[in-house]
Design a protein around this ligand. Sequence first.
Ligand SMILES: [Zn+2]
Length: 185
Amino acid sequence: MSEEKRGHVFDRRDALSLFTGVGGLALGAEPAFARATKLARRPEDEGFMRLALEEAAKGDFPFGAVIAREGKVVATGHNLGKTSNDPTAHGEIVAIRRFVAEHPAQELHGATLYTSGEPCPMCMSAIVWCGIGRVVYAASIEQLSTRIGQIMLTSRTVAQHAPFHSVAITGGVLAQEALALFDKK
Ligand SMILES: [Zn+2]
């Protein structure tokens, strides 16, 4: 079976697990894929997302992120693509770089990254490489693509192709507020 076909089957299975309210994925014999569980919102998510949205409002493009650990914000970042002449300076990447400038990278393993936009494939790959355990996003890539160019691969797809790391993903927290930031620009 081709990778593409397997991915399709996997997505269908995932959709089914959501439909039946079962969290997580039954992987069985799918060693090429990692667990990328869809996790329900937690009470603290909205507060941290508001901080990510405040960051987004400061960005060259309205994208912002905060990294939280043990209930506290440990790094923030917003898009600096134009300011720093660096198209890779997405909010998530900026937050990660700020964190590792001051803390052992190992400490990202217990962290949650909140981001106003679903991580693009570059940022999601960075999240996986850093071993970040949970990602919470506001607007999805599909929603963002109605406002700004996006690489149409979901964060979930990227995570599922990294067999060495498991990441929990929660989407849709304050999505409309994140999208509204594009109207203010
Ligand atoms: Zn990105």
